[in-house]
Design a protein around this ligand. Structure first.
Ligand SMILES: [Mg+2]
Length: 228
């Protein structure tokens, strides 16, 4: 096995437990502030997660609840801007934390001098403060949904990381938690290791080289030791 050139991490649900107690809460606060009756409980939000990108998720929801497409898009844009501000506040308050095992895996990759990067469809305005607060200056290259024309499952965000770093795809490994993420990584030519969470437990992760229940799973730790 050739040595790994780099490891590229997804953010939401992979590096951090951000969905249920981060994004979902921020969306609900934005709804309430705007005087809207909409509210996403844990199960409803889980059903919306396959729609990548907060603004798209909002627009799809508003259309499904009877707003016209134009109204839905306008409302989604306004709410998404406010939701991003609220998410930044939640991050500053320490409400979004690393998933178990992430810090140890990053330490091991660092000790092996393997560069780590980020490929996320999240918005740069909250991704940057989140990475800074939870991980410090760990990641060399960070590409977000703000910089690419198409979100996962499109491979665009991974291809952009490869372009910027010069890493060969076949020696670069992605770490993902969801079906959309695994599809994006594999379509970009990367091998992918998947660590599902309660929201993505039933996702089709069959494109991944390894599927585990967490980044602290001994099988995942052993996989990286074997491949670096
Ligand atoms: Mg994810």
């Amino acid at each position: 096995m050739t040595r790994l050139a780099a490891v590229v991490f997804d953010v939401d649900g992979t590096l951090v437990d951000s969905e249920r107690d981060g994004h979902r809460v921020a969306f609900n606060t934005a709804f309430a502030e705007a005087g809207l009756p909409d509210h996403w409980d844990v199960t409803t939000y889980g059903g919306l997660l396959p729609i990548a990108g907060g603004a798209r998720r909002l627009a799809s929801w508003f259309e499904s609840t009877g707003r016209t497409p134009v109204e839905a898009r306008r409302l989604a844009e306004r709410l998404h801007a406010r939701k991003t501000e609220i998410m930044r506040d939640l991050i500053a308050d320490g409400r979004v934390q690393a998933r178990p095992g992430v810090h140890r895996l990053l330490d091991e990759l660092d000790a092996a001098s393997i560069p780590v990067h980020v490929a996320t469809t999240g918005t740069r305005a909250w991704v940057e403060p989140l990475l800074e607060r939870v991980f410090g200056p760990r990641f060399q290259t960070v590409v977000t949904g703000t910089e690419v024309p198409e979100l996962k499952p499109s491979p665009e965000v991974y291809l952009e990381v490869l372009r910027r770093t010069g890493c060969p795809a076949d020696r670069t490994v992605a770490v993902e938690d969801s079906a959309n993420g695994v599809r994006a990584a594999v379509a970009a030519g990367l091998r992918c290791v998947a660590a599902y969470n309660p929201y993505t437990r039933d996702d089709d992760l069959s494109g991944a080289a390894l599927v585990t229940g967490g980044l602290d799973d001994p099988a995942l730790v052993a996989w990286f030791r074997r491949h670096n």
